[in-house]
Design a protein around this ligand. Structure first.
Ligand code: FMN
Length: 390
């Protein structure tokens, strides 16, 4: 059997608290700290605990050269090699574990950079309820925000005394100024009305639609959108939960940016869909009530095709998602609608809902838009009273 180490692997010495009854019996708290080696291998979804012996062997195995297991067993304990095969950190070329081999292979083929692959795989959330966690935290402590965290760092870094600043000319009140002034993250959506199809279409096109698909060179296609994108590749795509839009059945869709069309994925009734939206949105009910919720998912291989194992590539894909969400804010605001963006999302549940593979088409954020409610129930940051009069 030919084997090699998985392509990407980071190992972290991690401390945890362990309960030990004998320590309690001898008069202590029963708690002791344990430091262990944790393998973070992004072709696997789970973190894997290693013994020091396994770690030592991993450090001697090639991630590129296939070697016969019997040959490795001459210099390393066979039981350790077997354990690493079972943990899928050692990959067999044939025979066992086709799924592990395929997952490892797809990371190699997509030209992931190791650090970024680890960061992406292991920063995903599953079943996190941010609102519930905040409520519990509030109940567990009587401290105010200020007592807990202290004062915030200064709002602005000032490099010279005020007297040395060079004041710039006052800025006029352009239509862009007026639009930017009205951009307020919306946490209050009107549940009683449907969004008009034309408004839905306009916001989707302006935020996510392609204004051109250009064959830049034979076989190399770039998209032109309202937002910039690293290399003109636009690898971030919109997966949509349509909740209340005239003429569109509620459910899950993929937005085709070149055709400006929805690709149906699954029809869902309103209650089921709002529950899913809430789960995907880390339990944030105010965002789950938006007429339209959009998961922004990066097709990493499209960016990494050009920026192979590149130190900035993953960051660029995340930046692309940010540009798209701001464009959505502006498009929605111009239409008189509200919009939001959040990074507090359960990526795993988004992947499951839309059938995405985390390392191929990974959710990076969720945004959304809809008709603002007449009444403010949830807090919004509107210090200039651009949306709310008081
Ligand atoms: C990357 C990012 C993540 C955010 N995550 C959340 C979130 O989890 N929950 C939330 O209520 N708002 C979230 N927001 C919205 C911010 O709270 C909001 O932008 C901020 O309060 C300023 O308000 P404004 O957008 O109206 O200027 C997020 C914004 C950004 C850019």
């Amino acid at each position: 059997m030919q084997v090699r180490r998985c392509a990407h692997l980071m190992i972290e010495p991690r401390e945890r608290l362990d309960f030990d009854l004998s320590l309690l019996a001898s008069g202590g708290t029963g708690l002791r700290t344990v430091v262990e080696w944790i393998a973070l291998a992004p072709h696997r979804d789970e973190e894997i605990t290693l013994s020091p012996e396994e770690m030592a062997v991993l450090g001697a195995l090639s991630p590129s050269q296939w070697t016969a297991l019997d040959e490795l067993a001459r210099t390393h304990p066979r039981a350790i090699l077997q354990a690493l095969l079972e943990k899928q950190l050692l990959i067999a070329q044939t025979d066992c574990d086709a799924a592990a081999r395929a997952a490892d292979e797809s990371l190699r083929e997509a030209h992931w950079r190791g650090l970024d692959a680890v960061a992406h795989r292991f920063s995903r959330w599953r079943d996190v309820d941010t609102v519930e966690a905040q409520r519990r935290f509030g109940e567990e402590t009587d401290q105010t925000f200020l007592e807990r965290l202290g004062t915030s760092p200064a709002p602005v870094r000032e490099r010279v005394p005020a007297s040395q600043r060079l004041p710039l000319p006052a800025v006029g009140d352009s239509s862009l100024d007026k639009l930017l002034a009205r951009r307020v993250t919306c946490r209050n959506y009107d549940m009683s009305r449907n969004l008009e199809l034309e408004q839905f279409s306009a916001a989707m096109y302006r935020a996510f639609g392609a204004r051109a698909v250009d064959e830049y060179a034979p076989g190399i296609f770039l998209l032109k959108k309202g937002a910039p994108s690293a290399g003109g590749l636009h690898p971030v795509e919109a997966y949509v939960l349509v909740q209340r839009v005239d003429g569109i059945a509620s459910g899950l869709y993929h937005y085709h940016p070149a055709a400006h069309a929805l690709e149906p994925i699954r029809a869902m009734d309103a209650a089921e869909l709002e529950a899913l939206a809430r789960t995907c949105l880390g339990g944030q009910p105010y965002f789950a009530q938006a007429h339209v919720v959009v998961a922004l998912a990066g097709r990493f291989a499209r960016n990494f095709w050009k920026y192979r194992n590149h130190a900035k590539a993953y960051r660029a894909v995340i930046l692309d998602a940010g540009h798209l969400s701001q464009t959505l804010y502006l498009a929605a605001t111009e239409l008189g609608l509200g919009a939001f963006v959040t990074a507090g999302v359960n990526e795993v549940q988004i992947e499951q809902a839309f059938g995405l593979e985390a390392m191929a088409e990974g959710p990076l954020a969720m945004c959304g838009f809809g008709i603002r409610a007449a009444e403010r129930r949830e807090v919004e940051f509107d210090p200039n009273h651009a949306v709310w009069s008081a």
